[in-house]
Design a protein around this ligand. Structure first.
Ligand code: NAD
Length: 431
């Protein structure tokens, strides 16, 4: 268990514990997931054969509200990964003060190998298998790697069929026409953009003097690249699963996005082309991208990209984690010693779950907001919590990651203690 992603993720909790007076009960509570479900999903393939896929859903902690978290379709999905992602969601929702606990789900597959109809049958089959585990007041799935609004729409529709009622608040990240929120597609990137805009002036860095490299040109990475490009940052490198491109004077991000978007849907729901096809830029590997001498490095693909093996190659001065868990805990320490600032996933990518929360609120009230309202509320939350975490990190002289966990632990600890602790029952204390 010691080498698992979950064990690595838990180390962040141990580090933060040094700075928070939290009850033993709360700590004990937060060490373990509340419930974990593993399912087998039978899918009739287009050639008539039957294939069984492995799926997972973990509800980590629901003390602060129904659990919330995305569903990932990827070959590496396993219980350990889903559990770690659910753990991070618990802290992320607490960091943003959302009335949710944390969850995550996933199916082990390469979704690019399935047809659209196979993907639909699989997505509906997943909901059939987990329907008793989810619900608008229990656990609310959302998109993650290689899942998108259409897949979320199928999932909600399947839940409606099972329950024989319309329940839009059971899933977020849906198409707008099915009760989705304006701004959900860009929310993760927009939240990360706000965080960058709040932090960089503290270091007297202007956008035009700031170079950026982004690993992962999917929903989060590509939108963020465009927002940064539009604000005047020099985005010099981007990559996807097939490799990356680099241009010393900055890439033409809208053109690259246009290229990737236009190639979508040739087979299944995914882009068939890669940023590497844009030939007038220098090709680089994903490893080279992580080692570029840039001001800001943004991992926006998968976890464990910066580890003890390659951490000394990193030359960026600031890392903004848009992916979940891209920096392993062992690498964290070394980056800190080298004076590289890491702004953590549970803050930087929290725009996605925040607008998912807004979508859930709109579904339940039946009153829908404008894009301006959504972004204004998102901005307010990102400013408030980023500044709060910055203050904790300055006052305690700790990293932004530890400060974010400290901030979340205060809220989680308070909620867990409110149900009573050993001190309350045995010693007559107040908590
Ligand atoms: P996505 O499926 O839209 O895009 C993933 C991107 O990563 C694609 O460009 C893919 O080609 C690239 N990629 C995959 N494997 C790679 C590899 N080995 N090296 C380099 N690039 C690789 O997914 P997304 O929604 O943009 O999510 C990206 C990350 O952001 C994930 O860690 C996810 O958990 C996190 N995140 C997403 C959201 C959201 O709302 N979408 C919210 C919070 C966090």
């Amino acid at each position: 268990m010691s080498d698992s992603l979950f064990a690595d993720a838990s180390k962040r909790l141990e580090e933060a514990m040094k700075y928070v007076a939290i009850s033993d009960d709360a700590l004990e509570h937060l060490k373990y997931p509340k419930s974990s479900l593993a399912v087998s999903i039978p899918v009739r393939m287009d050639d008539g054969s039957l294939k069984i896929f492995q799926g997972y859903r973990v509800r980590y902690d629901d003390t602060r509200g129904p659990t919330k978290g995305g569903v990932r379709y990827h070959p590496n999905v396993c219980m350990d990964e889903v559990q770690s992602l659910a753990f991070w969601m618990t802290f992320k929702c607490a960091v943003l003060n959302l009335p949710f606990g944390g969850a995550k789900g996933g199916i082990t597959l390469n979704p690019k190998e399935l047809s659209k109809m196979e993907l639909e049958r699989l997505s509906r089959g997943y909901v059939d298998a987990i329907a008793d585990f989810i619900g608008p007041d229990i656990d609310i799935p959302a998109p993650d790697v290689y899942t998108n609004p259409m897949i979320m729409g199928w999932m909600m529709d399947q839940y409606n069929i099972i329950r024989r009622q319309i329940t839009p608040a059971v899933v977020t990240g849906k198409p707008i026409s099915m009760g989705g929120s304006l701004g959900r597609d860009t929310a993760t990137a927009t939240g990360a953009f706000y965080a960058i805009q709040i932090i960089m002036p503290k270091f007297d860095k202007l956008p035009e003097d700031t170079t950026v490299a982004i690993q992962g040109f999917g929903n989060a990475g590509a939108w963020l690249a465009e927002l940064l490009f539009t604000a005047g940052y020099k985005v010099v490198a981007v990559s996807d699963s097939q490799g990356g491109i680099y241009a010393k004077n900055g890439l033409d991000i809208p053109r690259i996005r246009q290229y990737k978007t236009s190639s979508k849907g040739i087979k299944a729901l995914y882009c068939q082309d890669t940023v590497c096809d844009i030939a007038d830029n220098q090709s680089i590997t994903n490893e080279e991208l992580l080692a570029l001498d840039v001001d800001i490095l943004i991992p926006a693909a998968l976890e464990n990209q910066i580890t003890q093996e390659n951490v000394n190659d990193v030359k960026a001065k600031f890392i903004f984690e848009v992916a979940n868990g891209p920096v392993a805990s062992g690498a964290d320490k070394i980056l800190e010693e080298r004076g590289i600032y890491v702004f953590p996933d549970i803050l930087v990518n929290a725009g996605g779950v925040t607008v998912s929360y807004f979508e859930w609120v709109q579904n339940r009230s039946g009153l829908y907001w404008t894009l301006e309202e959504v972004n204004q509320r998102l901005r307010q939350k990102m400013v408030e919590e980023t500044e709060h975490i910055w203050k904790i990190s300055q006052e305690l002289a700790i990293s932004m990651r530890t400060a974010a966990y400290v901030h979340a632990l205060h809220r989680l600890g308070e909620a867990i203690n409110a149900k009573g602790t050993r001190d309350y029952y045995i010693n007559g204390g107040m908590s």
